[in-house]
Design a protein around this ligand. Sequence first.
Ligand code: SF4
Length: 95
Amino acid sequence: MPNVEVYCTVSNCHYWADANHCAAEKILVTTDEIGEIYPETVDASETRQIVNQHGPTEAHGCVETCCKTFTAKKQPPAGTPKRMGTGTAATGWKQ
Ligand code: SF4
């Protein structure tokens, strides 16, 4: 298996980790077109099924690709006071 270090800036993803790393065990990157066809629950485990149904997919640039593994972080319960933090917390940007 390839050992790939994935950097990501999508700060509201459940898998987003320190130093802008992706902490997911595996991810599925696909075209926006495929990403829009399948529900959120379809992920890397269904890659073979997707390829069997659609064949290899092509993108003409990075703007036509997406991370299908993205899972939004759970929102705090309504009424939870927002933390007033540093610029890092406010922007969600980690360096
Ligand atoms: S799952 Fe995708 S969107 Fe989420 S941190 Fe990893 S690469 Fe980024």
